[in-house]
Unconditional design. Sequence first.
Length: 102
Amino acid sequence: MWDDGGCGDTKHEECRAAFLAAWEHHKEYNPHHWETWTQRGNTYPNEQYVHCIGMVLDWMAMGITFGDTAEEYYENNRDKIKIPKWADELCLTIFKRLRKYT
């Protein structure tokens, strides 16, 4: 669910359009989103690994807001998240290691 920023019913569609535009801009310019880093080539060695780890950290932060874990988010959305096999395996390894600390 998205927040309309307190715009209320009269400006609901304008706020929604502004939110969606801001969201698309955020995804395009922040490579921790899989939609972005999977489309970019490596500028530096292992850059995609760093973005993949940042993606998991972002999911962990989202979990604080939405009341789930990064692993739960991933499992619930895995069919929509189009990442390479190595990234899927890295995510699963990270989740396995995180379970030791929760």
